[in-house]
Design a protein around this ligand. Structure first.
Ligand SMILES: Nc1ncnc2c1ncn2[C@@H]1O[C@H](COP(=O)(O)OP(=O)(O)O)[C@@H](O)[C@H]1O
Ligand SMILES: [Mg+2]
Length: 249
């Protein structure tokens, strides 16, 4: 069955966002609408500077749009105060960044435990969840290592473990493979795909890397401030022509 807008966990409706650059106003998002669904990996691709990170920050409740509505897990994000948005993010979202955003002084286990402390879980639950998350990303043997002792791919897997340990319904990734070589990048996107399917999370990834296209369940192409194309890969249906238009990114 095809998802309908009523099953969407993320819904953006007629979003506008502009920034002032010197004396010019740059329209980054222009009347952008989209729905994102659970249990699949949705990838938004588009050239650098087209507004992918801006869109992700608006749809993940980090910043407000100038106009338009964002609904996440049936909550009107555009109407929440800063404090309510922070609370929403803490309880419902996980974030994975290009630069990993790990603390140099902490071990992998401590990095993953940190956000769980803010969730006010008890000590044994924190340890259990953190270990399970590190195991899920294949790092159970590396959990006492600090970032300097880990490869780029391992660092990103720590960041993924940190995001999923909170057990969020929504997982956002901004260029998660851009600092990695091809093989490590592929492992990361495979992991995000598996998480979407196993945990039935909504996984929304933005990237300029066309190599990720073949791993996504759905690919949205962004250009000129809005979504221009929307492909869905139904089970068993290959979509080889997807790769051609994005060679330039
Ligand atoms: N806080 C900001 N202030 C001013 N301009 C911004 C800000 N954030 C993004 N921009 C501009 O908005 C455009 C889109 O940026 P971004 O969303 O980061 O694109 P992408 O992630 O696709 O590379 C760029 O031209 C960028 O310079
Ligand atoms: Mg970006």
């Amino acid at each position: 069955m095809h998802p309908t807008s009523s099953t969407a966990t993320l819904h953006a409706h007629r979003i506008h966002k502009s920034f002032i650059s010197g004396v010019v106003r740059v329209e980054v998002l222009q009347d952008l609408s989209l729905n994102v669904f659970p249990a699949e990996l949705t990838l938004i691709v588009g050239p650098s500077g087209c507004g992918k990170s801006t869109l992700l920050s608006i749809i993940s409740a980090l910043q407000h749009a100038d106009r338009g509505e964002v609904t996440a897990l049936n909550q009107p994000i555009h109407a929440l105060s800063r404090r309510e948005r922070e609370r929403f993010r803490l309880h419902h979202t996980g974030f994975i960044f290009q630069g990993f955003n790990l603390f140099p002084a902490l071990t992998a286990l401590e990095q993953v435990e940190l956000p769980l402390v803010y969730l006010k879980l008890n000590r044994s639950d924190i340890r259990r969840r953190a270990c399970a998350a590190l195991e899920e990303v294949g790092l159970e043997q590396r959990m006492h290592q600090r970032p300097a002792e880990l490869s780029g791919g391992e660092k990103q897997r720590v960041a993924i473990a940190r995001a999923i340990a909170k057990e969020p319904e929504l997982l956002f990734a901004d260029e998660p493979t851009s600092s990695l070589d091809g093989m490590n990048g592929q492992q990361i996107i495979d992991l995000l795909h598996r998480i979407a399917h196993v945990h039935r999370n909504t996984v929304l990834c933005v990237s300029h890397d066309p190599r990720l296209i073949r791993h996504a369940d759905r690919v949205l192409a962004m250009e000129d401030g809005r979504i221009q194309r929307d492909w869905r890969r139904d089970t068993g249906t290959d979509v080889p022509e997807l790769e051609a238009p994005y060679e330039q990114y």
